[in-house]
Design a protein around this ligand. Structure first.
Ligand code: SF4
Ligand code: SF4
Length: 93
């Protein structure tokens, strides 16, 4: 099975360019578990840090779970943007 689960161990941190890696990998779970307000504020606060990523790959070298971090962050941001546009339906509180 493909390994795509971030354990939030923070071994990949700190990112040399200030990207909030674990928080950016938490979006889909946060959407299911948290309120809409928390989701928009909590996740939104971390989104801009991704613009600083220079694709150096250091985080992936540090991750003990060998996660494809950059690809996963991109997927999480795409998910956030789809939610911001009104889909899929929110399941949180
Ligand atoms: S090192 Fe890997 S599992 Fe740990 S927080 Fe970073 S991405 Fe998640
Ligand atoms: S690839 Fe991006 S997120 Fe990962 S360490 Fe480099 S700058 Fe940070």
């Amino acid at each position: 099975m493909e390994n795509r689960f971030c354990r939030h161990c923070e071994e990949c941190m700190p990112c040399p360019n200030g990207v909030h890696i674990p928080q950016l990998l938490y979006m889909t779970a946060a959407y299911k578990l948290r309120s809409s307000e928390w989701f928009r504020k909590g996740v939104g606060a971390h989104l801009k840090s991704w613009e600083n990523c220079d694709q150096c790959g250091k985080c992936e070298e540090m991750c003990p779970h060998l996660l494809p971090i950059r690809e996963m962050i991109t997927e999480n941001i795409e998910f956030y943007e789809s939610v911001a546009q009104g889909s899929p339906e929110h399941q949180g509180g």
